[in-house]
Design a protein. Structure first.
Length: 342
């Protein structure tokens, strides 16, 4: 394709939020974009862009697992795109690809930074969901850190979300009794009716950790593995129910992301309970297992092809909706993976 100049749209991260992130923390920019490519570069156009809770962590002032997201730059994010032009032998026009190209319509990427998507194996959107980062997080977080055994009791917070909805299904396949915690009757119904969980708890029906903890104890009679996506009051309620040699996996703390990152709330003094039960607590990040992606895909891809795994998606229409979509994560509006179709 001869070099031409076209208009590109970008969402620029412009202001650090103190609490809830919203459109006021972004600036939409339209600028001329030169399509000329260097050797091994690929020009892509975004079709689906991801919004994820970890983005709010990176927007904080403190160094977390990353340095703070720089102001004045494109919001980073995974995206599923189509190749528009290529100077790489590995990609051709029309290929579907996965890359970390951010909240922008057009991008030039080095071929090494893109992964071609097999469109015949599964819907392309699964590359950002069950066969992507959320799937990797759920699989290795549960199987490596949780080490589930048949008959054990697993409790998952944020169980209707992108990661949680997969963790509960992987735990059922491992022969465990599985209980999900989610917000609202519809999500709880989804967990028990569609995902086949042994029980679900609507945390919104409980006003303090003690009452929620009592309900967890009544249903489960104790927890062997707690997969924590939420933190806050829910975790306060679960920890006292951890059984002997139980495992706690810390995957996310979304309840703390509205201002609790730079000045986090102090949790309950639960270390004595972990001591008494000789339990372990471990944090996990998807990036720790990127190099082992093929292991997860070898097991999970056939489940997806054979419809043995439910991979629910919530798709928001429109590039202009990206900041609002990110905000909606903290309202609990989505079931499964949240994507924006541009």
């Amino acid at each position: 394709m001869p070099p031409v100049k076209v208009l590109n749209k970008q969402w620029i991260y412009a202001k650090r939020p103190n609490g809830r992130v919203s459109s006021e923390h972004y600036e939409m920019r339209e600028a001329e974009f030169n399509t000329e490519l260097a050797q091994n570069e690929v020009l892509i156009k975004a079709e689906y862009i991801s919004v994820d809770p970890y983005m709010r962590i990176q927007q904080a002032e403190r160094h977390s697992f990353d340095a703070p997201h720089p102001l004045g730059t494109v919001q980073g994010a995974g995206a599923i795109s189509k190749v528009v032009d290529s100077k790489s032998d590995g990609f051709k026009k029309g290929d579907w690809v996965l890359g970390y190209s951010g909240w922008q319509l057009l991008a030039k990427c080095h071929a090494n930074d893109l992964t071609k998507i097999d469109t015949e194996a599964a819907p392309v959107t699964t590359a950002l969901g069950v066969l992507g980062m959320p799937g990797r997080t759920a699989w290795f977080g549960l199987m490596e850190a949780g080490r589930p055994k048949p008959g054990e009791t697993v409790v998952v917070s944020g169980a209707a979300g992108a990661v949680g909805s997969l963790v509960v299904q992987f735990a059922k396949k491992a022969g465990c009794r599985v209980y999900g915690i989610a917000g609202g009757a519809n999500k709880c119904q989804f967990l028990t009716s569609k995902l086949g969980l042994d029980g679900a708890i609507d945390y919104r029906q409980f006003h303090d950790a003690d009452s929620l903890s009592a309900e967890v104890q009544r249903l489960t009679k104790g927890v062997d593995i707690y997969f924590d996506n939420v933190g806050g009051m829910i975790t306060d309620a679960i920890i006292p129910q951890i059984k002997l040699r139980g495992r706690v996996i810390i995957c996310g703390q979304i309840s703390q992301y509205d201002g609790g990152i730079d000045t986090p709330n102090r949790g309950p003094r639960f270390l004595q309970h972990l001591l008494f039960q000789r339990a372990t607590i471990q944090g996990i990040l998807a990036r720790d297992y990127t190099h082992r992606m093929s292991e997860m895909l070898e097991i999970v891809s056939p489940w997806v092809r054979n419809n043995e795994i439910v991979f629910e998606e919530t798709i928001v229409e429109g590039f202009d909706k990206l900041p609002d979509a990110l905000n909606s994560l903290f309202e609990g509006a989505n079931i499964g993976k949240l994507l924006v179709r541009v």
